[in-house]
Design a protein around this ligand. Structure first.
Ligand code: NAD
Length: 353
């Protein structure tokens, strides 16, 4: 049965809540590829109006095992934030490395208008962003993508690159062969041509696009300089925290580096390996036609992805629009709603009887 979702600004006391179960129903209704292609449209539209947003590097609380972060942003109408963790050791203990949930609110009255799971949604928005960026930066005629790190994000990345960039051939590598077997099984069933490789060196052979999506809380070297040929596009996802990178510094020195939001990427991205004044291009500039993306066929381009709050805002906005008139949510009794707004205590007393 369909329900109505509170509007912008919120007029109802109930807050629509999208559970993991409902998110999966919502994504499967169109299929993940259509979902991510449509979501990429929202992300691109929001990046093109970059100046309208309040922006800040995310607020991170680090521990030896991982990080917990809040990612806020707002435009004139809506405020959004995501709660997200990153704990590479979790996977070995049977937990997700990354889990998340998020809120979208009305700026006009401050009321939340959506609460949603964002673990699945983060994988979708990360992949949608990567592939959207790939549309601007992948070499022309790209057909083959190497994927180093075959964990939770892997299949989403592959599907988004097929939906948005037309890539259908994959070369997989993970230090854990069970992860590669899982990804190969899932992706073959989705119609990809998949080669499981015995090393990262072998995986990158003949690939025009290389995605690194590993999780390790250290300065790792997933790719060394000799592994990156001319003209390749690098989609570096896993280096997203201070002290957590994936690429050898020499690769950065011969790449044109594209970032989401420079102040955050300098703290968290591959960029933390370079001096503060190393030149980068922000993606919104490319999307607005104010900066060049790929210039020529020999250029190495690098998307130094860390994940930025506007992508989550776009995802929240997208889900809020998608659930209108659907049954992909339930109404949460999250907001106190006394008849007299000043009589909050009276409401409490009446509840006793
Ligand atoms: P996951 O733990 O499910 O998978 C990570 C995989 O990397 C594992 O299968 C592991 O065996 C493999 N791996 C670790 N070290 C490796 C190495 N040296 N070579 C090859 N494979 C290696 O994690 P996930 O949810 O897929 O996330 C992957 C990474 O992406 C994490 O670091 C996470 O923080 C990051 N991430 C970034 C964004 C973003 O917006 N940039 C969004 C989500 C996740």
């Amino acid at each position: 049965m369909s329900q109505s979702v509170s509007s912008f600004p919120s007029e109802l006391a109930f807050v629509p809540f999208v559970s993991v179960h409902d998110m999966m129903r919502l994504v499967n209704a169109s299929g993940p590829e259509v979902f991510m292609a449509d979501l990429a449209g929202y992300i691109e539209a929001d990046f093109k109006r970059w100046q309208e947003f309040d922006k800040t590097p995310r607020v991170a609380s680090h521990s030896p095992e991982g990080v917990i972060e809040l990612m806020p942003t707002a435009d004139a109408e809506n405020y959004g934030f995501k709660y997200v963790n990153g704990h590479p050791k979790n996977m070995r203990e049977g937990y997700q490395t990354v889990t998340a949930f998020g809120v979208l609110s009305s700026v006009a009255n401050g009321y939340p208008i959506l609460l949603t799971e964002m673990t699945v949604l983060t994988a979708l928005r990360t992949a949608a962003t990567s592939a959207l960026v790939g549309r601007y930066l992948c070499p022309e005629g790209s057909e083959v993508m190497a994927m180093i790190g075959n964990g939770a994000q892997c299949e989403f990345q592959a599907l988004a690159f097929r939906a948005i960039c037309g890539i259908n051939r994959l070369r997989l590598f993970d230090i854990d062969p069970a992860a590669t077997r899982k990804a190969a099984r899932n992706l073959t069933a989705q119609g990809f041509e998949v080669v499981a490789c015995e090393s990262a060196e072998v995986a990158v052979e003949g690939a025009q696009v290389v995605t690194t999506c590993t999780a390790d809380k250290q300065y790792a070297t997933i790719l060394t300089d000799n592994m990156v040929g001319t003209g390749v596009h690098l989609n570096a996802i896993g280096g997203d925290c201070p002290g957590k990178t994936e690429l050898h510094r020499d690769i950065l020195l011969r790449s044109d580096i594209f970032v989401e939001y420079t102040p955050q990427t300098r703290i968290e991205g591959e960029l933390q390996q370079l001096p503060e004044d190393h030149p980068v291009t922000e993606l919104w500039q490319v999307m607005r036609g104010e900066a060049t993306g790929r210039r020529d066929a020999r250029q190495v381009t690098l998307f130094d992805s860390v994940g930025f709050a506007i992508e989550d805002f776009s995802a929240l906005r997208f889900v809020h629009d998608r659930i209108q008139g659907s049954d992909y949510f339930e109404n949460l009794d999250l907001l106190a709603d006394p008849d007299d707004p000043r009589d909050l205590f009276g409401m409490l007393l009446r509840a006793k009887t």
